[in-house]
Design a protein around this ligand. Sequence first.
Ligand SMILES: [Zn+2]
Length: 407
Amino acid sequence: MKIDLERLEKSMDELGRVGATERGGLTRLALTDEDRRGRDLLVHWMREAGLRVTVDQMGNIFGERAGTAALPPVMMGSHADSVPTGGKYDGQLGVLCGLEAIRSLNDHKVRTRHPVTLVVFTNEEGARFQPAMIASGVMAGKIALEDAYNARDKDGLRLVDELERIGYLGSEPCVPRPLRAYLELHIEQGPFLEEEGLSVGVVEGIVAIAWSRLTIHGVQDHAGPTPMRIRHDALVAAAEVVTGVRRIARDIGGDLVTTVGNLTVHPNIVNAIPGKVTLSIDIRDPKSETLDRARPMLDALVREACEREGVRYELEHYWRMPYTPFAPEVVAAVERAAEASGGAWRRIRSGAGHDAQYMAAIAPAGMIFVPSHDGRSHCEEEFTAIADIEAGANTLFLAMLDLAGKA
Ligand SMILES: [Zn+2]
């Protein structure tokens, strides 16, 4: 049994037009009018496929296909929001492959023992409301509903008000629910599958992540009359930290990746010595122990850089997520499905967070990756070849069938 590739492609084209950018990308930020139009189209397709559609308190959309027994469902899905000038694959491909898997069950008139549910998660990207993966986080009981409701975008609009405005403030409780399994297909967002000529990644787990925030207090002064010997420049210390953070990854080696992605300079003008700098540090590795090794190196790096420049600092290690392993039985089912789908595959780990990370806290979860051309994502150039999408969608379909059980 196979999915219908032509129908899947057609749906990708149609949903991809909602919020399409001129250069072939997508801007469909969470809870905007574009998001509402995308959601409306998905709900229309779910009803057309005979699914019972419900919406929960976080605007997560569920479409359930009944099973033959009173059992917890196999849930498939992803998110339908994008980053600004993002691509047409991140998130929505997982939703559409899940929908296609259910349509294929209908085509083949297959009944399953467990119900099969398609889910569309709200605001996965965190591009409009922080934190990312906010709605699966609430569902997993890791984020309080009140906190999520009060998240504000850059214009001060509250998430709950925007949910209501677009008509997706549902009544179903957003709480952990019994699940047979959760499956999410997603683009890899890295280069490995393409480099190795593979179509499918069987995801074993999601890397451990640690976030730190550094604030450096220098002495703001005039760029002209202040001689070099009496300066305490916050940005000079920050520059040492930026290059030093990269050196930590080089020194430890292996799979460790380190990034300074955000830097705020005060007063950020041409003729003043920077008095204050804040910057972010993102450290990731498959092994939580590696993060334990990196942290004292970061502490020492910051201490020495700030001492040299004679500046004060505060370093906060404020968020950490341990390695999230996926359920062995789900990984095994995905592996069997990948083999049966005929595409070349290997096991892989995710370097990015996904809704599946939170779902793994409440259900046996697993993911399927398809290649990202040049390893790129969150950009208009995002692309996955159709042959790889076919192999990935069939892997999702067969893994779902395996876990839901043919009646
Ligand atoms: Zn995504």
